[in-house]
Design a protein around this ligand. Sequence first.
Ligand SMILES: NC(=O)C1=CN([C@@H]2O[C@H](COP(=O)(O)OP(=O)(O)OC[C@H]3O[C@@H](n4cnc5c(N)ncnc54)[C@H](O)[C@@H]3O)[C@@H](O)[C@H]2O)C=CC1
Ligand SMILES: O=C(CO)COP(=O)(O)O
Length: 355
Amino acid sequence: MTRIAVVGATTWGITLAAVLARKDVDLRILARTEDEAAMTRASVFRTPRLPEGFVLPKGISVTADGAEALQNTDAIIVAVPSQSMRRNMKLIAPHIGKRTLIISAAKGLEVETGKRMSEIIAEETRKDIHDNITVLSGPNLAWEILAGRPAVTVIAAEKESRARRGAKLMTVPDFCAFTNTDMIGVELGGALKNIIALGAGIVDGLGYGDNTKAAFMTRGLTEITALGTALGANPLTLAGLAGQGDLIATCSSKLSRNHQVGARLTRGESLEHIQATMNGIAEGVTTTLVAWKLAQQMGIEMPITERLYRVLYHGDDVRATAKELMAAAATHELAGRKWGLFSLFRRRKKPEIAF
Ligand SMILES: NC(=O)C1=CN([C@@H]2O[C@H](COP(=O)(O)OP(=O)(O)OC[C@H]3O[C@@H](n4cnc5c(N)ncnc54)[C@H](O)[C@@H]3O)[C@@H](O)[C@H]2O)C=CC1
Ligand SMILES: O=C(CO)COP(=O)(O)O
């Protein structure tokens, strides 16, 4: 029987385990402590993000023992906040088998290095398993998926065969995985759209209309595509499910924590207070910092990211910043959009960034 382990008793980890339980597989969740494992087993979830009354499907085992959870698995899904990816990988690396597929399900960039999750996984694992590193990302609000509403996702790996293997493992009724070989694009799409989702929460919180929102989302996609392609992503990936698709889902949904952060900022709440009370992770906060630094160092114009960075890290006034952004001198719509076919072959070197 196929054996899959999920690292992280998080909203997304539990959701993916519950989704996979729709088919006949041996599923194990690796929790951080025996307490956390016992609570998850008893369906007492620390996060209120799961639908009310949700019960962990029978047959999923939960343990805090790494060897028990991870040995002899066909795939390990790592569903932890991105700032904890390196720490988690250090713990699980010794248990990863030569043929085990590693699926990163986190959507963020490491603050200290600006690195993508797959880069961190590679740094923390043996070379002989690097071909097995894959990433999963797409318009995937956990609550909707657990509620049984149909969704699709994308699995990317450098080798098409690994992406196909991952997609086969992850596809179940009402949750279907597309494949891609552009890992950079899929990861950056999932991470960078959170910046724009946070801003969309501000747009909604300020009571602006659909015209504003459409403009904001479109220009948001423009600037994350500019950074993404400079970092080596295929622009078509960013226009696909893991980029534009996820951007639409999170900018439109009140279920999105990133959207919630933006909306709460417009009510005068401080970022510290929001983060302390939201009981979950909004990756867009740290991703804004990383993207801003990358943009500065690579000379890429990101007017939305730049202003959100000032709101989040320098306490700029949300209303004044939104007004300033909407009034900012418009340029040629296609200015800076140089990612024609040739840009695929002209990757700029990512700077070494000191954060
Ligand atoms: N919730 C969602 O709808 C989706 C989340 N994701 C991504 O999945 C990643 C995890 O997010 P969520 O599951 O929503 O987190 P969450 O918001 O449910 O939980 C985050 C909290 O989990 C705890 N945690 C549990 N196990 C942990 C471990 N092994 N290492 C570190 N912290 C642990 C920590 O207290 C942390 O603050 C993020 O990168 C997120 O962007 C991706 C798609 C959908
Ligand atoms: O990535 C997500 C949906 O695709 C989840 O969004 P939030 O992290 O903003 O809740």
